[in-house]
Ligand binder design. Structure first.
Ligand code: UD1
Length: 342
């Protein structure tokens, strides 16, 4: 029988790509979203890509405990992937209460409903932000976490702990996988789904594509005096489709009872550091467009260099990032042109 996966925040950037991969791998997916930070564009794209008109879409807020219990009762949920959260690092500094309330409450409700059902497989979308500025790179899952540099980052660390404690307390009735994403970028090769930032983008790649297409005048490169080869920060930019596929491996591992521990953690990255300048240059080269940019002061809270050691995910889950940075940057550009109607 087909297994059912609930995807909270499933209409957003990562959620929509994960929904596509799950459906293509043979899962039934229930998409739930409150549309606080996205519209129907990506959900419509998911339907087109998968050729499925019948994907259940539930408009709901995961901070509403009753609604969360209801969805767990309405569908035979074998696993839940929790994306529903606020994610703007800068905004979280000014609105900590909003971030803690939303990101913690929604996850607590998921866990409460999972417990009430007698258990469930829970996949939490965590972030490399929990490593802070690491003393040694690349980071493995054993690299110690560091105090978060923003309330957003702290919500990721706290939710990791809450899941771990819940797995322990329920003696594994609730099982957990924490995926720590590095920097997800790009779009689906169909150009039917991708990132749709509201207002001025905070993240690098949407700012690059919007500058290239003329929506923004100039990209500021935050800091060229870092102790790296070209002076700009180093990141592990991971293709969104590669990242989405990692969720299929993780969910299957949970559902098929292949976990080695009841709560596991995996880095989801490429293992390849790329500097901000290298990324801009690669984007210009592969797409044949100019990205007007200038150097600007460092951005508060940025770390110098972080990239993943993805060996554990490679070996244990059998997952590996496959797309090149060039392919990914071409997909980001195709998506930007698609939404601009060009
Ligand atoms: C941030 C979050 C991470 C989150 C990710 C989501 C932290 C410390 N980081 O990662 O948790 O998962 O967003 O995508 O919480 N840059 C510019 N100009 C710009 C924008 C960015 O130079 O206009 C530079 C930044 O200084 C940084 C790099 O590009 O060095 C990547 O920035 P960004 O895309 O915002 O991601 P992170 O800050 O690495």
């Amino acid at each position: 029988m087909k297994k059912t996966v609930l995807v909270s925040g499933g209409a957003g950037f990562i959620g929509s790509h994960v929904t596509v991969e799950l459906i293509q791998a043979g899962y039934d997916v229930v998409v739930a979203d409150n549309f606080s930070n996205c519209d129907l564009t990506c959900f419509e794209g998911v339907k087109k890509i998968t050729g499925r008109e019948d994907i259940p879409l539930v408009k709901m807020d995961f901070c509403d405990a009753e609604a969360v219990h209801k969805i767990f009762n309405d569908y035979p949920i074998d696993a839940v992937i929790h994306f529903a959260a606020f994610k703007a690092v800068g905004e979280s500094v000014f609105k900590p209460v909003l971030y803690y309330k939303n990101n913690l409450m929604s996850f607590l409700n998921v866990l409460e409903a999972a417990e009430a059902k007698g258990g469930c497989n829970v996949l939490f979308s965590s972030s490399a932000t929990v490593y802070g500025e690491p003393d040694v790179v690349p980071v493995t899952e054993k690299t110690p976490r560091k105090p978060a540099t923003s309330p957003y980052g702290n919500t990721k660390a706290v939710c990791e702990d809450i899941l771990r404690d819940t797995v322990f307390a329920t003696k594994g009735a609730v099982k957990g996988i924490l995926l720590r994403y590095f920097n997800p970028i790009g779009a689906h090769p169909s150009a039917l789904i991708g990132e749709l930032p509201r207002g001025v983008p905070n993240n690098l790649v949407p700012f690059i594509t919007q500058t290239a297409i003329g929506k923004r005048e100039c990209l500021s490169v935050f800091g060229n005096d870092y102790p790296t080869e070209d002076g700009t920060c180093l990141r592990d930019f991971i293709d969104i489709v590669d990242l989405a596929k990692a969720h299929v491996y993780a969910v299957t591992r949970m559902i098929e009872g292949k976990m080695k521990e009841d709560c596991e953690v995996f880095n989801i990255g490429t293992g390849r550091p790329v500097s901000v300048l290298e990324l801009i240059n690669a984007f210009e080269k592969v797409n044949g467009v100019k990205v007007n940019h200038k150097f600007a002061p460092r951005r508060a809270g940025d770390v110098t260099a972080i990239w993943a050691d993805p060996t554990l995910a490679n070996k244990e889950m059998g997952w590996k990032a496959t797309r090149t940075v060039e392919e990914t940057l071409a997909s980001a550009w195709a998506w930007e042109k698609h939404i601009a109607g060009k």
